[in-house]
Design a binder for this molecule. Structure first.
Ligand code: IPD
Ligand code: CA
Ligand code: CA
Length: 265
């Protein structure tokens, strides 16, 4: 199925911003040795990528609203459409020269996520999905979540709350319970990539608290269009509002939800 004009626009914006991030990533690796460190440089790279995405999207759809991680909310005349953008997800990886980061662009229509693009410019992997039209890798391979039915064979990904964030104790309790039941736990350092890789069948399950709308928006469409199951921690659909997510195929999702529910918060 050919991509719609909207998805093509999102893809073009992501690839263009991705070229900028990839160039800056090459430079950041050389800055690792400097005493000052590359922190300011990375924040400039992040803003540059966001500027490119903003320019591309607003040129083509001047009335749409935006919610961007760096610029914040930008209101437009068309209140039913909103771009939700993380120009660099996996900032700590980027800063440390680890090539696991991406751009995430989601489109919300009348309160519902309808399209998403997640692009890792280093691996040149572009994950895209549109409601009712399937999820794809690089416009070629149709994506499907993994079919494994048992948690015992499943590789589960999550995120670890870092210094300054809440939820450290809860994370340890949850991880202790999940690791006893699954084949392995991974942590990529990019929530958007976790979701894209789950849609691609690389990960079987995902859980995480404390996420922002721009971490989640595009990935939700990808997982649903790859026949995955997503919910918040209570099994409801308030994923973006609560910032918490459980995902997997229906079997893994159920088992993961049951395990996490059994833990006192
Ligand atoms: C972060 C990453 C990380 C997740 C954090 C996010 P950023 O986004 O997605 O994996 O654990 O909760 O804030 O800061 O790299 O855009
Ligand atoms: Ca993020
Ligand atoms: Ca970010």
């Amino acid at each position: 199925m050919p991509a719609s004009a909207l998805l093509t626009l999102m893809t073009t914006a992501a690839r263009k911003a991705g070229r900028s991030l990839a160039r800056d990533f090459g430079a950041v690796e050389n800055l690792q040795v400097s005493v000052k460190g590359p922190g300011d440089f990375v924040s400039t790279a992040d803003h540059k990528a966001e500027d490119i995405i903003f320019t591309e999207l607003s040129k083509a759809r001047p009335d749409y609203c935006f919610q961007m991680e760096e610029r914040g909310v930008i209101e437009g005349a068309d209140k039913s459409h909103r771009w939700i953008v993380d120009p660099l997800d996996g900032t700590t990886n980027f800063l440390h020269g680890i090539p696991l980061f991406c751009i995430s662009i989601g489109l919300e229509r009348d309160g519902e996520m309808v399209a998403g693009v997640i692009y890792n410019p280093i691996m040149d992997e572009l994950f895209s999905a549109e409601k009712g039209r399937g999820a794809y890798l690089n416009d070629q391979r149709r994506l499907q979540v993994a079919a494994r039915k048992d948690l015992s064979n499943a590789v589960i990904t999550t995120g670890i709350p870092h210094r300054g964030r809440s939820g450290h104790e809860r994370f340890l309790r949850e991880t202790a319970a999940v690791m006893k039941q699954c084949s392995g736990i991974r942590r990529t350092g990019s929530a958007a990539l976790d979701m894209a890789w789950l849609a691609a069948g690389r990960f079987d399950g995902y859980w995480k608290h404390g996420l922002s709308p721009w971490d989640l928006a595009a990935g939700l469409v990808l997982i649903r269009e790859a026949s995955g199951c997503v919910s918040d921690m209570d099994g409801g659909m308030n994923i973006i509002q609560s910032g918490s997510i459980i995902a997997g195929n229906p079997h893994v999702h159920n088992m993961l939800a049951g395990t996490l529910k059994s833990i006192e918060t």
